[in-house]
Design a protein. Structure first.
Length: 165
């Protein structure tokens, strides 16, 4: 548990069409608008997580627009689900960090993480972490359903790299 950093300018554009978020950014002194924007942003992130069909009990999500940090809590069945939920929260444009307060029912070894840079491919990342470029399907599977195709990664995206089997 703790704070994991992300790149603010990279990720899903969940807040782009939310007038409440834009209004709070335009008037940072308005606590009422900021609270409303934070609630809208937290709901958008929660909807995105639910759309990924990731199982979680009593999942709580809070967004603080002032710090651009998402705090996520609840209980999940596995370390893999926990890590995917954290990535769903962090791989959102406008989020710089995720404060992980999630508990796992079955703790396991943590994955490593890799921030995609220009020119990266899953094969190159697999070669770096596993010594075998042909191991890229393991990274692809570890990041599903957020990844829909092995060639659709983007700079700034953070990927799970599961332990080498």
């Amino acid at each position: 548990m703790g704070l994991m950093s992300f790149i603010k300018e990279a990720g899903e554009k969940l807040f782009g069409k939310k007038p409440e978020v834009a209004a709070a950014a335009a008037e940072p002194g308005s606590q009422e608008k900021a609270a409303a924007a934070n609630d809208v942003a937290a709901k958008a992130i929660g909807d995105y997580i639910r759309a990924q069909n990731l199982p979680a009990d009593a999942l709580t999500i809070a967004f603080d627009g002032a710090t651009q940090v998402v705090t996520v809590g609840g209980t999940v069945p596995t370390q893999e689900v926990k890590e995917k939920i954290i990535l769903c929260c962090g791989n959102v444009e406008g989020v710089v960090g995720v404060d992980d307060q999630i508990q796992t029912s079955a703790p396991a070894d943590q994955s490593q993480y890799h921030t995609v840079v220009r020119g990266d491919t899953l094969s190159a990342i697999a070669k770096k972490f596993y010594g075998d470029a042909n191991a890229y399907p393991k990274i692809f599977e570890a990041n599903k359903p957020m990844l829909t195709h092995p060639d659709k990664i983007y700079p700034g995206q953070v990927l799970r790299i599961p332990p080498k089997a």
